[in-house]
Write a new protein. Sequence first.
Length: 396
Amino acid sequence: MKKTIKYIILFAILIAVGYGIYAKFIKKEEKIEFITTNVKRGDIVKSVEATGKIYPKDSVDLGAQVSGQIKKLYVEIGDIVKKGDMIAEIDDIKQKNKIDDLKASLNIYKAKLNSANIAKEVAENKYKRELDLYKANATSKENLEKTKDELSLAKASLTEIQEQIKQTEISLYTAQTDLGYTKIVSSLDGVVISIPVKEGQTVNAAQTTPTIAKIADLNTLEVRVEVPEGDINSVKIGQKVKFGTLGDINLDYNATISSIDPADKTYSDENSDIKGSSASVNSSNAAVYYYAKYYIENDNNYFKIGMTIENSIIINNAKNVLMVPSITIKNDENSHFVLLKDEQNDVKKVGVEVGLSDGINTQIISGLKEGDEVITNKLSAKELENLIENRKMRIR
């Protein structure tokens, strides 16, 4: 009886050890579970996502071409102005005084001109008389030469005064032009967007041209999209753009790419009043961006200069096509395949021809039909083939 009990206990121990070995080494070889998705029809849109900024399409910096104190500012930021409207006035006392001085000088020169003409006529008559006398042997050659020299001096004096009058008239014209420059007027229909000066401030036009005000036409605005270097060759003139502001990122607005800069944005920003985003600082390690541009109508004045714009540039699209999640497609040398679940709930490898992809879904040109179930996974092609061969796949 005791031996029987021992055998029973030994048998139970062996069973427990065997189950432990099974649980530790064999049971782990359960099949890997995968989920499936159906092949369906839908639209695929391939696009480039990029950020841009709003600039005025037409704008002008109204500068001071003469130096002086700003006597009066006639506008404020936000004012609507027409071409020819007065914007500012610079104290014109210096210009007026200069005009008065030049007019007085001109009158003096004109009086001298009259005297010089008379002196010239006198010298000419004297020379003619002396020449007649010389021909009649009634005077000496010395006297003739003397009157000839006097005539030359009279002509030279007349010419000098005539040139002085011309120079003074030019200076007077310049002074009168400068007087006109003291009145700063708008050269564009638009809105005042900047006034970097104040009344009473002195501006110096001798060194640089000081900006008195900046006027921009806000009816039509320009959007400069910063397209990364890796995407710029996919962007073409005429492509559609869906865009929206940071406050309204539903991309409800539509436009068309009108131009693409041939040089990166650092070249364009050198001559721009509104710089691009600070994310693309010019350095040897910085990312390179190119401007793709389009225009928008601003009828309700919703858009503001400097606004950040989110853009989706449509590179290509395919409508109502068969598609599967891109994660289901694997590469096998020079071909593509998916894992298809058949009617017996088995898995088989099926080659497919793919088309357009937006990174999330991929178009299926051939190899599958609508409604087919394919397996979604992140494994490599080799890993999947090993699972199929060892029958370690289970469909959920």
